[in-house]
Design a protein around this ligand. Structure first.
Ligand code: KMH
Ligand code: ZN
Length: 305
């Protein structure tokens, strides 16, 4: 047990809802490509697969369970990775629509976003010359559409509807205040320890992706949750691998995947999700840690299995 607890869980977030297929040929959006890249990511060392669906023809984000149904069984048949279904959906959808896939498929895990925020690409994360960000066009004009709504009412509704499914939440905390939201929800009886917290860093609207901020997130979580929580880090864009490396050295778990970054190194697009998983796995192992298998992840996070 003690040895298992020290292992590093790699989550791979395979496609997400933010990046568009025009940004990288590697971003999977068809049912076939999502299934194939998810299985390859699991083979490369990811024990948890965080999954969104997209329209098979256009690549537009989808929360229609019919867009999950073609690939979920194929992933489950070809790997024993933990399935984690997003409840983030996309920015314009209601919480009822967003949680439908996780409830429909009674996933082992699903995301639970812990606060409302502006949600945009960070211009400082732009390291790729062909991507242009324009203050007026991309931020000001789109402001109303870029609000990621996760009110206490939304969080409570999601938690209550999903409760019968015994799903372990990946509590996504995009800033220090979201840790306090989580603590408040726990004190109100909505969530029980031990919780699994994903520190989300480098989204514009949330905390920046740097080591000082990671240490502050971790210290704040220690203060609020003592030793009753598990944690992981995802950093957007080029901060992905550096902060995942730091997190693993701090005793945390890591999330990579094309949902969070399209890159394999600064300025170079990744070829696949598996390439990112293989990279962080190699780093974690070379630095002396062991990577958790899916069953070890189930034990560490106390999943229903
Ligand atoms: N795209 C990530 C920054 C969700 O799926 O619930 C956050 C995310 C949200 O993973
Ligand atoms: Zn997601």
């Amino acid at each position: 047990m003690a040895r298992t607890r020290n292992k590093t869980i790699i989550t791979c977030a395979v496609t997400g809802a933010i990046h568009t297929p025009t940004m990288s040929d590697a971003l999977p959006y068809t049912y076939d490509d999502i299934a194939r890249q998810a299985v390859e990511a699991a083979e490369a060392g990811a024990s948890i697969l965080h999954l969104h669906a997209r329209n098979n023809e256009t690549g537009a984000p989808s929360v229609d369970p019919n867009d999950f149904a073609p690939f979920l069984p194929r992933i489950k048949q070809a790997s024993d990775a933990v399935i984690n279904i997003s409840t983030g959906g996309s920015l314009t959808l209601s919480i009822q629509d967003r949680i439908r896939p996780a409830a429909t498929f009674s996933a082992e895990m699903c995301s639970m976003n812990m606060g409302s925020m502006n949600f945009s690409f960070h211009p400082l994360a732009k390291r790729y010359d062909s991507w242009k960000f324009d203050w007026e066009k991309d931020y000001v004009a789109k402001s109303d559409g870029n609000i990621f709504r996760n009110t206490f009412r939304d969080i409570r509704e999601a938690a209550e509807i999903l409760a019968p499914h015994d799903i372990k939440f990946e509590h996504e905390c995009y800033d220090v205040g979201h840790l306090y939201n989580l603590k408040f929800c726990m004190d109100s009886g909505l969530f029980k320890a031990p919780v699994f917290i994903q520190f989300v860093m480098g989204i514009l609207g949330g905390i920046g992706a740097d080591i000082d901020n990671l240490v502050f997130m971790k210290k704040t979580a220690d203060k609020l949750f003592g030793n009753t929580y598990r944690w992981s880090v995802l950093a957007a864009g080029n901060a992905q691998i550096p902060l995942a490396t730091t997190a693993s050295q701090m005793g945390g778990n890591v999330r990579v995947g094309l949902e969070d970054s399209l890159f394999i190194r600064r300025g170079q697009l990744a070829e696949s999700n598996a390439q990112q998983v293989a990279k962080i796995r190699r780093i974690v192992e070379e630095l002396g840690s062991e990577v958790a298998t899916p069953d070890e992840a189930r034990e560490i996070l106390d999943l229903k299995g």
